[in-house]
Write a protein that binds this ligand. Sequence first.
Ligand code: SAM
Length: 180
Amino acid sequence: MTIVLVIEVIRIGQRLVRDDRVTTHVALVARAFGATKIFMTEVNPEIKDTIEKINNTWGGNFVVEFIDNWKSIIKKKKDEYKIVHLTMYGESINDVENQLGKEKNLLIVVGAEKVPREIYELADYNIGIGNQPHSEISALAILLDRIQRGEQFRNSFSGAKRKIIPTRKGKNVLVNETRN
Ligand code: SAM
């Protein structure tokens, strides 16, 4: 069983417009796979509104925080959190997943374009989800699943207006009319 207490994510280097959808999806994956917060630069304020609407409908208190300076966040968190940088150049997730599962608080760093060299030094772990280039969305999803071993899907999202009852065919959704 995992003993990770808090998982947060920081998105570094979003490119204007081009990365909006990917950044939104990074935030959605972080929320759905058990992280509590994402830090990102305020390139597009609508991303925060989108995630707040998702919280409102589907529950939970996932937080989007806009930041000016990624380095100061990482340095501030470093005392209490292990910094986990996702990079195709890193050591294999297969070799470190057990160790990661024993850590308490994790700040996961994902890039967009080429990340500054300094991150490799600031990180406690540089981790590759395989050593081929793919996507920060898939890398984050797989990392979160490996760390929590699927247990994240047992989390309940409090205050939801809608809750899905898993079903073999069709859609079964409980609607809580008392929420607005
Ligand atoms: N060429 C860029 C570089 O050198 O950093 C890769 C950019 S990639 C589109 C964006 C982000 O996806 C990376 O910063 C990393 O966080 C993540 N990523 C992509 N492939 C990965 C892999 N195989 N393992 C871990 N993370 C990966």
